[in-house]
Structures are given as structure tokens and as C-alpha cells.
Write a protein that binds this ligand. Structure first.
Ligand SMILES: Nc1ncnc2c1ncn2[C@@H]1O[C@H](COP(=O)(O)OP(=O)(O)OP(=O)(O)O)[C@@H](O)[C@H]1O
Length: 354
């Protein structure tokens, strides 16, 4: 059964921008979401990604009922979100990485008590869910701490628990690992994997970190300029974008460009050099070849960020990618789309060697 269903969904904002004259304001329309169709089955974990301003948050806001679509049809757990927002609220959980739903000045446990009452969760069920979240998200020592004193990672785990105490069928996660250190990210991902496996919670995940998607999602949807550009496996996304990972090599001293099989030299800054190799290839042979032939101090691998992958998908094409399968969706590639934000790997999320 499909828990999330969208058919040709649109959201057009009317905005007034300063016109040419002193007091003139011109009416303009922003097509934030431009005819999106997709389905998410019960128990699926799906990535929903795209560059800044692509329309992700607008889609999620329509799926929670905060915004009403200006066109198309959508249902979440069979409910029209904008019409029955309160009824839907019992079925969904939402986590925004950039904001907290917790009461800032109150101890964490007080926010949970409020959730308990607001959603009228049966006492036994609430106690059971709380105990499970506290254990798996390691919140025990934090329950009496005011939210304002929590670290970002602790606060995020606190937010995830708050979104799950009323047993939602669907969880929307908007950048749940943003700003977290490697250990906190791993902990959040592990929890989400377990939640999905044990409870069958359906998850729609928005992130700029491709590792989140690779480790959690069986399927990914890419949105750009309000349209679905790609829908399919994560591996296919890399192929469609022919993305590259970056090997950052710190040498003992400044040396001529490194030459090894399977990677190409990109640039150097003093003793540090950057090499690129295909995302579909393993890093191991490249790392081994560099380690054997060059005096190393350190190595790290950087993942391509989502902007870079999407920009590559569009580079050199007029009509967008053709490689991406769009299973079960009527959305086609946007015609004449530009390459999107600039590509680059310097801000890309880092990932340990594999
Ligand atoms: N309330 C609004 N009024 C007018 N325009 C809006 C409004 N909300 C969003 N937009 C516009 O709609 C487009 C899509 O925005 P949206 O926030 O959905 O993108 P996003 O993919 O979530 O981006 P980000 O990754 O930066 O959060 C943008 O051009 C944005 O400026």
C-alpha cells in the first residue's frame, strides 16, 4: 500500500518584487513545485534531494498540510493533508534539522510530556516508546537538561525521539544530520535503520549528504526547479551524474602531480594534492597505489555533494538526464534546465575510507 501519493502536484507562490518605477511593485509567480508525481510504499525509506531552492521544503510542507497545493492531487496515509491537518498530525512525525520542535527553556522530558498530552498517546504506549527512544538514542542522562544546554547532536536525537513518541506511520526528515560530527551522524543513521526495519516506519529523507542516502535509502528522487529529474536507485544517480569522489593526499613535501592508475590529478597546494576518481569505483586500489609510490602523511576521501552530482547530470545536455529511470512516475526531465549551482568538492561531506 502506498502511504504517500502525489499526482501532478503544483505550488505556485505569488510574489511582489520591486519594479522599475519608484513605487512600482511587479507581481510575479514562483513555481516552487511544478507538477510532481510519485508514490512511497509503506515501509520504504526514500531520499528526496535537490539543490537549494529546488522545491523540497515546499513539497514537505504540502505533505504535512502546512501549505495547500495550487494544483494536482496528494494523499498521505489516505488523508488530504491540507484539509485534515489535525487528523494527519497523528499519523506523521516531522524533524527539521535546522529548527527544533522542543521547548527551548524546558528540560527535554517536559517536551515529551507535552507530546504525550497533545497527541493523547495511551500511557503504556508512551512509556514504552519513551523507554525505547531513550535507550537507542542514548538520551537517559539528558532528560532533565534544558534543551538550550544540549549540543547539536544531542538536540537532534531529542528531536527525533519527540517525532516518534506518538507512533507515526510516516516520518519526514529534513536534513537530520546537518552539522553533526561523524559519530553523531552514524548514531542517527543506525537508529533510523533500526526504526525502519523493526517498526516499518515509512521515511522521506531530505539531505545534502549523499552518505545519508547511500546508507539509508533504497530509492532516491531528485528534484530541481520544482520538477522530478530522476527517480531510481542511488547507484544509478551516480551513473547518471558520472560523479567523482576526491582523494585528498597530504604528502611529506611538495612533489610533482601524483600519477596513479584509476585517478586523475586535479590540483595541488603545497604538499597537499587533490585526485579525482569515479564514484562507482572502490577507493582501495587508488589509495594503495598512492601509498606505495608516494611519501604520505595523511589521506581522506571526499564524497561529491549533491549539487555537484546534479550539476554533472545536466552538464552538456539540453533536456536533462536521460539515464535516470523514472519508475512509476509521470514526471519527465525539465527542458532547458541550467546546470544548477556550481559544482565543486571543497565543501563536500567527508567520508572515511572504504
Ligand atoms: N512562501 C514563499 N513565498 C514565495 N516563494 C517561496 C516561498 N517558499 C518558497 N519559495 C520559493 O520556492 C522555491 C522553492 O523553495 P524551497 O524552500 O521549497 O526549496 P528547497 O529545495 O527546500 O531549498 P533548500 O535546500 O534551500 O531548503 C524557491 O525559489 C523559493 O524562493
Amino acid at each position: 500500500m502506498d502511504l504517500i501519493e502525489l499526482d501532478g502536484v503544483e505550488k505556485v507562490f505569488d510574489v511582489r518584487r520591486k519594479g522599475a518605477g519608484r513605487f512600482r511593485r511587479e507581481k510575479q509567480q514562483v513555481r516552487a513545485v511544478d507538477g510532481i508525481s510519485f508514490r512511497v510504499a509503506r515501509g520504504e525509506m526514500v531520499g528526496y534531494i535537490g539543490p537549494n531552492g529546488a522545491g523540497k521544503s515546499t513539497t514537505i510542507k504540502m505533505l504535512t498540510g502546512i501549505l495547500t497545493p495550487t494544483g494536482g492531487w496528494l494523499r498521505v496515509a489516505g488523508i488530504d493533508p491540507a484539509r485534515e491537518r489535525t487528523r494527519l498530525a497523528r499519523r506523521i512525525g516531522v524533524v527539521f534539522g535546522q529548527r527544533t520542535t522542543l521547548w527551548w527553556d524546558l528540560p527535554l522530558i517536559d517536551s515529551y510530556r507535552l507530546v504525550h498530552r497533545m497527541y493523547r498517546v495511551p500511557d503504556a504506549r508512551f512509556a514504552e516508546n519513551l523507554e525505547r527512544c531513550v535507550e537507542l538514542l542514548e538520551l537517559g542522562a539528558l532528560l532533565d537538561v534544558p534543551v538550550r544546554q544540549l549540543s547539536l547532536g544531542q538536540r537532534m536525537r531529542g528531536d527525533i525521539a519527540a517525532a516518534l513518541l506518538h507512533d507515526p506511520d510516516v516520518l519526514y526528515l529534513d536534513e537530520p544530520t546537518i552539522g553533526l560530527d561523524v559519530v553523531s551522524k552514524a548514531r542517527v543513521r543506525e537508529f533510523l535503520r533500526d526504526l525502519n526495519a523493526e517498526r516499518g516506519t515509512t521515511v522521506l529523507l531530505t539531505t545534502h549528504d549523499l552518505t545519508d542516502i547511500e546508507q539509508l535509502c533504497g530509492r532516491v528522487m531528485v528534484i530541481d526547479h520544482g520538477r522530478l529529474m530522476y527517480e531510481g536507485a542511488v547507484a544509478g544517480l551516480h551513473e547518471a551524474g558520472e560523479s567523482e569522489r576526491t582523494l585528498v593526499v597530504d604528502l611529506e613535501r611538495e612533489l610533482p602531480p601524483i600519477e596513479v592508475l584509476g585517478a586523475r590529478f586535479v590540483r595541488a597546494e603545497g604538499p597537499r594534492q587533490w585526485l579525482a576518481f569515479p564514484s562507482s569505483a572502490s577507493a582501495a586500489p587508488v589509495v594503495a597505489a598512492v601509498a606505495e609510490a608516494y611519501p604520505l602523511v595523511d589521506l581522506s576521501v571526499r564524497e561529491p555533494d549533491i549539487e555537484a552530482v546534479i550539476a554533472k547530470m545536466y552538464a552538456g545536455t539540453e533536456t536533462g538526464p536521460s539515464a535516470g529511470p523514472t519508475t512509476g512516475s509521470s514526471a519527465g526531465p525539465t527542458t532547458g534546465s541550467s546546470a544548477g549551482p556550481s559544482s565543486g568538492t571543497q565543501d563536500a561531506p567527508e567520508k572515511s575510507l572504504r
